[in-house]
Design a protein around this ligand. Structure first.
Ligand SMILES: Nc1ncnc2c1ncn2[C@@H]1O[C@H](COP(=O)(O)OP(=O)(O)OP(=O)(O)O)[C@@H](O)[C@H]1O
Ligand SMILES: [Mg+2]
Length: 322
């Protein structure tokens, strides 16, 4: 291993969740929104989170933003332990360490302030920027997100895509280490969505802010290097994309899908695999020099005795040693 690799692995990840559980009780029924979720994200990464409706994506982001607490498990974000921090640290964490963008464009911006005033208001409340510098810093951010030309407009006069880009500027105003966005393109058409995702990539690269973006849209993965899939409240698979240049100078993107292995050695097999080989209840594992095999149990499914093939009279019980 080179020393560079060692240095990178030794650095504390910017987001680390271990065995996160969140149980909601509503009308006497328990809903396990997160069921032991593990997730590690390094500083400066841009990661997409995908998953079916109800899989726990918003629950995860709400916990990471410090707005909600897990029922069990641990979560560290930007050097803060979310499960043990007190009220005062939580407030500072929410104001300075994380920025948040919601799906509903109307929820991100104050309607009676212009785009620029929306950004300035955040730094004024948190007192992170001196009064004289506020305007210049706001314009710089709006410029980075490609919406400096509409800085004097109120949200109602902006398109959905422009509103979300201003919302990202607002989320970044206090220079947080982590940017969390819950379906920021959910209300936008295809073209506007691409614009917003490209804007997020730009700020990720320009500012090095660790970014987690939740989306329903599977095509989003083509904009990011790493996509994490959540299934039933757990991270189940990840897709990593890398770009290679071949001997003719052509760029190729390679996408490789991985299953997520947790600290206890558990992994979730994709439904397509379990269905194709009818894997159920238990499987046979084998250790090979460089891989592990998973085989069907090999037993006939439970059926009434009359269904047994003729001639197959042997019963496992008869063979038991006494
Ligand atoms: N405050 C709450 N009270 C009760 N149940 C909740 C609450 N919040 C979420 N849930 C439940 O937890 C589960 C996960 O919800 P969550 O909103 O995290 O899913 P999601 O992946 O964000 O879905 P979507 O893609 O539809 O936004 C769902 O079954 C949901 O009904
Ligand atoms: Mg959601």
């Amino acid at each position: 291993m080179s020393t560079t690799t060692q240095a990178v692995t030794a650095r504390e990840p910017e987001i680390r969740c271990e065995g996160l559980v969140r149980v909601f009780a509503s009308h006497g029924v328990e809903v396990q929104a997160l069921q032991g979720l593990d997730l590690t994200i390094g500083a400066g990464e841009l990661v997409a989170v995908v998953g079916a409706s109800g899989s726990g994506k918003s629950t995860l982001l709400t916990i990471l933003s410090g707005l909600d607490l897990p029922t069990a498990g641990r979560a560290r974000v930007a050097g803060h332990d979310l499960t043990t921090m007190g009220a005062r640290e939580r407030l500072t964490f929410r104001r300075r360490s994380v920025g948040f963008v919601w799906q509903q464009t109307g929820r991100n911006l104050l309607p009676f302030l212009s785009a620029q005033e929306n950004v300035e208001a955040v730094t004024a409340i948190a007192r992170t920027t001196r009064r004289r510098e506020r305007a210049a810093r706001a314009v710089e951010l709006l410029d980075l997100l490609g919406v400096a030309d509409v800085r004097d407009e109120r949200p109602a006069r902006l398109s959905g895509g422009q509103q979300q880009r201003v919302a990202i500027a607002v989320a970044l105003a206090n220079e947080p280490r982590v940017l969390l966005a819950d379906e920021p393109t959910g209300e936008l058409d295809e073209a506007a969505s691409v614009g917003v995702l490209e804007a997020m990539r730009t700020v990720n690269e320009a500012r090095g802010v660790t970014t987690l973006v939740v989306t329903h849209d599977a095509s989003v993965s083509s904009h990011v290097r790493r996509t994490v899939q959540i299934r039933d409240g757990r991270t189940s698979t990840e897709v990593l994309r890398s770009t290679h240049v071949d001997e003719h100078g052509r760029e190729h993107t390679i996408a490789q899908e991985y299953a997520v292995l947790d600290r206890a050695g558990r992994l979730q097999l994709p439904a397509a695999f379990t269905e194709a080989l009818d894997l159920r209840e238990r499987v046979r594992l084998g250790l090979e020099p460089d891989h592990v095999t998973v085989r069907p149990d090999g037993r006939a499914p439970d059926r009434p005795a009359s269904d047994d093939p003729p001639g197959d009279g042997a019963r496992p019980d008869d063979e038991e040693p006494r």
